[in-house]
Write a protein that binds this ligand. Sequence first.
Ligand code: KIV
Ligand code: ZN
Length: 519
Amino acid sequence: MDQDIVKIFDTTLRDGEQSPGASMNTEEKIKIAKQLEKLKVDIIEAGFAAASPGDFNAIKRISEVVEGSIVCSLARALEKDIKAAADAIAMAKKKRIHTFIATSPIHMEYKLKMKPEDVIKRAVDSVTYARTFVDDVEFSCEDAGRSEIGFLKEILDEVIKAGATTLNIPDTVGYRLPHEMGELIKELHTFVGNRATLSVHCHNDLGLAVANSMFSILNGARQIECTINGLGERAGNAALEEVVMILKTRKDIFGNIDTKINTKEIVPSSRLVANITGIEPQPNKAIVGKNAFAHESGIHQDGVLKNSQTYEIMSASEIGLDQSSSIVLGKHSGRHAFREKIKELGFEVGEDELNRAFDRFKLLCDKKKEVYDDDIRMIIGDETSNIPNTFELIGIQLSDCSLGGMPYAAISIKHEEKITNDAAIGNGSIDAIFKTIDRVCGYSGQLLDYKVEAVSRGKDALAKVVVKVVFDDDKPAVIGHGLNIDTILASGKAYVNALNSYLSMKEFLKSKMDDSQGI
Ligand code: KIV
Ligand code: ZN
């Protein structure tokens, strides 16, 4: 039986970035784009070129490095947006422009203040203009979930004639129920036939984004717009990993319909996105939550040990979790084995990064009984971060952590080859550390979020601390990561990393301003 392929259009870097607090810098976006290419997504929506110089630059850089997936930029149905999108993706091997305009009565009347006939004209003009740059043009009817079907047919008919090759039906506000979404797609599919690919883009406001996507596939949609970990505006988009694994697991319902996704890259993709954005999937999140393959009850554990299929409908290795590895690293492993392990985990690193990571691995082996793949992934992630170490945390000493006491922290920080020591008290150890770092470095951060979790198993597990800090009310919050076997040191490192990230963002914005002023 021939496979019937559903294209996976990943919008983690565009709609996903619209999740509150998920903004990413260019280097982080490039890392995610490369991972999405490995995951074998068909299309990467790399951003919204006209939104900001930072977005434009990130799309341009992604277009230069991604070869296997189509690189796409979003554009409002405006000439200047479409031109910016075309310029940003110009270098991509395979490219697409995605243009959109709202089609629901409420959006047309109140947001666009346009008559339906003018909306159709604008859509046609935009698709026509986009086709002067690329052959692959997607058109979206924003808020299609609340649009009139007669109007949808009218506008889709016109944009097909103007050259649109993919027609996207977004349930922008996550309003539809699965059977309603299915009926809408069925009617539109009959109407469009094979003149263009029908796509859906479902939001999760009522927790139905994935269900609505699946009912759309059953009724003719052959492109699904989705994000890693279900990130996205408000309650998010359909989660890529869920859509893909439903198709794989329920062949009895979906038959030969499948995707081209390399499912073994699902967990690495999920981890990378969580790490970069600082937004961890909830523990009970389907497929990629920490508990998704954990069996707590004795009856379940007994069943799984006898036959995993008693309580597991998918295997953990299918999604890249706990894959049995040919290389087990330990205290006596050398650089060669370490290099091979890194390759096996799918990383490409330079010689300097490899050497630094190897030194950290050796230090870790002295402190920790077993070193897991997750530990290695974290060390590599840390060492390949492109944030310059403007400030470097050398050490922390804490005193008086007694009940009712007043903790204070003494800190050593290196900056431009000079080491400064200082100490301050705080309402708790972490508060004391962060206040002292502020004082030594001459900045004042407002801590918005602090999370700590164990990277792998055991009391000697590496601690990963993620902080979200605002250093300047006029600039967005930055995420900082810290990794150490000692949670206190990991916390200090995370805060210093956030400060370094803020300084590098400031530097980047300044260089953009200088560029635009011709300096
Ligand atoms: O939710 C939405 O309607 C969108 C479009 C721009 C596709 O994100
Ligand atoms: Zn959306």
